[in-house]
Design a protein around this ligand. Structure first.
Ligand code: FEO
Length: 171
């Protein structure tokens, strides 16, 4: 059993991860609609990874004998000014998620909840990687500027991204 405050905070994080999935699915549809299939693929993989992030917390709560309480999701935006704008918004969103994870870690420390503290370490590493990926793509998009050829090449590169399911081990 977890302290109620910790279980509630983890339930709210499931909602944050599910909203992330919803946002990236919306971005995938946006990229598809403007003919950037590689960008659409990248975001579709991101959507699936976010579902895994939510399910990892879902499974953790259940393994601790806690209830999973699914909350309502807000509506994500449907379009962006440009690929660069979409990725800048992605990075901003991931920085928000990093802050959420940091707050959860602080709470686990405050409550001396060692299992949850350990559980959250995976998310700390994951956030470093997510922000780094977004920054790299933002830098490439800035270098590309108005070059259609550059955008086409990046689209082909992003088409290579493959989804690797997270193994849902029983925590
Ligand atoms: Fe699950 Fe992109 O943070």
């Amino acid at each position: 059993m977890l302290k109620e405050k910790m279980a509630d905070a983890l339930n709210r994080q499931i909602n944050e991860e599910l909203y992330s999935a919803y946002l990236y699915l919306s971005m995938s549809a946006y990229f598809d609609s403007i003919g950037l299939k590689g960008f659409a693929n990248w975001m579709m993989v991101q959507y699936k990874e976010e579902m895994d992030h939510a399910m990892k917390i879902y499974n953790y709560l259940l393994s601790q004998g806690e209830s999973v309480k699914l909350l309502s999701l807000k509506e994500p935006p449907h379009k962006w000014d440009s690929p660069l704008h979409a990725f800048e918004e992605t990075l901003k969103h991931e920085q928000h998620i990093t802050q959420c994870i940091n707050n959860l870690v602080d709470l686990a420390e405050e409550l001396k909840d060692r299992p949850t503290y350990n559980f959250l370490q995976w998310y700390i590493d994951e956030q470093v990687e997510e922000e780094e990926n977004d920054r790299e793509i933002i830098n490439e998009l800035k270098l590309i500027g108005d070059s259609h050829n550059g955008l086409f090449m990046l689209d082909r590169e992003l088409a290579q991204r493959k989804y690797v399911p997270l193994i849902q081990e029983k925590e």
